[in-house]
Design a protein around this ligand. Structure first.
Ligand SMILES: [Zn+2]
Length: 371
């Protein structure tokens, strides 16, 4: 969920915010807007009304919601969905804010310090912050926080105490919403790239040549043009006119299944039953999982492994393996095939801006910091 401005103005010429709920469609594999709300208020009240309406009207009850670092949105989500919905803050936006503040708040006391030394010191601070973001356990997080506290006070030749107070006031109380130590049971997605991509598509494709910024004009475009475009994309994939898109998480799991030799791949399938196949664990020979499929439609349905339980609808490697060996269709679309089998049909031209890979964005932000 995210908002954007610059799409329309109210009767007084004041700017409005367009909020959008974007989901990853099981059918197309791509981000898809499923709900909009327009407001000229920056408070949480309209967000609460909108989410309550969505919750009560279409029984929308997400297990997790990715947002930018917005206290207003966190407040609204907590009021409507309580503690049952996990709130995840986009890592890319946090990293961007951290880079900016580290530059402002980590400075040498003396002007004689060389610029490359200053850059290295700032890089050190950012590394500590990133270690808390990617912490695998709560202990790892606490250790990172200890390092940050030490970093900010231990050396009298550096002025960086304000970095610690910034972190304490802006991030510490929300650590469960952004540190991986508390995100283990949620989808591997760490950024809200789907909604960022939607905003770009809206502004660069649909609104690029529209001069009017009237509210009714925007509502018309959303309802009469954009909603129909997304629905027709869905229909095209169901009709095999376009292919379902795999995200990075699915491509990695598929690769694990493809990396096995033909012999090993066959041996991993240890029992065939009606509507299910038992598959050995890739990492622990003592464990087995059940991949269920629909015999009538020759289509995979689910797997009992922890990865699928946690990340469904992302397809797990056991399902990719059964698909490879037994040629049972992957779930959601008959067009999603192993790359070594040429089942490609001519693709319809797609009039949309290419979406950046969310994990790629995250890694780029981590690797490219130059302070
Ligand atoms: Zn599995």
């Amino acid at each position: 969920m995210d908002s954007t401005h610059g799409t329309c103005v109210d009767d007084n010429g004041s700017r409005c915010f367009l909020y959008t709920l974007v989901i990853r469609s099981n059918i197309t594999g791509k981000g898809c807007p499923v709900g909009w709300m327009l407001t000229n208020s920056e408070t949480h009240y309209p967000i609460v009304s909108w989410l309550q309406w969505v919750r009560d009207t279409v029984m929308f009850s997400p297990t997790q919601v990715m947002i930018d670092n917005s206290d207003t949105e966190i407040k609204a989500l907590r009021i409507v969905f309580g503690e049952n919905t996990a709130i995840l803050i986009c890592h890319w936006h946090i990293l961007r804010a951290w880079k900016k503040h580290v530059i402002k708040k980590v400075n040498p006391v003396s002007r004689a310090i060389r610029p490359d030394t200053v850059r290295a010191k700032r890089g050190e601070a950012l590394d500590i912050l990133i270690s808390m973001m990617s912490a695998q356990t709560e202990d790892d997080f606490d250790s990172g926080y200890h390092d940050l506290s030490e970093f900010c006070v231990r050396n009298s030749s550096w002025d960086c105490a304000s970095l610690l107070s910034y972190f304490d006031s802006e991030y510490l109380s929300k650590k469960q919403e952004w540190s991986s130590a508390w995100r283990q049971n949620h989808s591997s997605l760490n950024t809200n790239a789907y909604v960022e991509s939607w905003h770009r598509t809206l502004k660069e494709t649909y609104l690029a040549n529209i001069r009017s910024q009237r509210v009714d004009g925007l509502v018309y475009i959303l309802h009469e043009i954009i909603a129909l475009d997304f629905m027709s994309h869905d229909t095209d994939v169901r009709a095999n006119l376009r292919r379902r898109v795999m995200n990075k998480a699915e491509k990695e799991r598929q690769q694990r299944a493809l990396d096995l030799s033909d012999f090993d791949a066959d041996m991993m399938l240890v029992a065939h039953n009606v509507g299910s196949i038992t598959v050995s664990s890739f990492t622990n020979g003592d464990l087995e999982y059940i991949v269920n499929f629909d015999e009538q439609h020759n289509s995979l349905q689910s797997c009992t492994c922890p990865d699928y339980s946690r990340n469904a609808p992302i397809i797990c490697k056991h399902m990719f393996l059964v698909h490879r060996v037994e040629r049972i269709s992957l779930p959601y679309s008959s067009q999603l095939s192993a790359p070594n089998v040429n089942t490609a049909l001519p693709q319809m031209p797609m009039n949309e801006v290419q979406r950046p890979d969310p994990e790629g964005l995250y890694m780029e932000a981590v690797e490219r910091y130059v302070i």
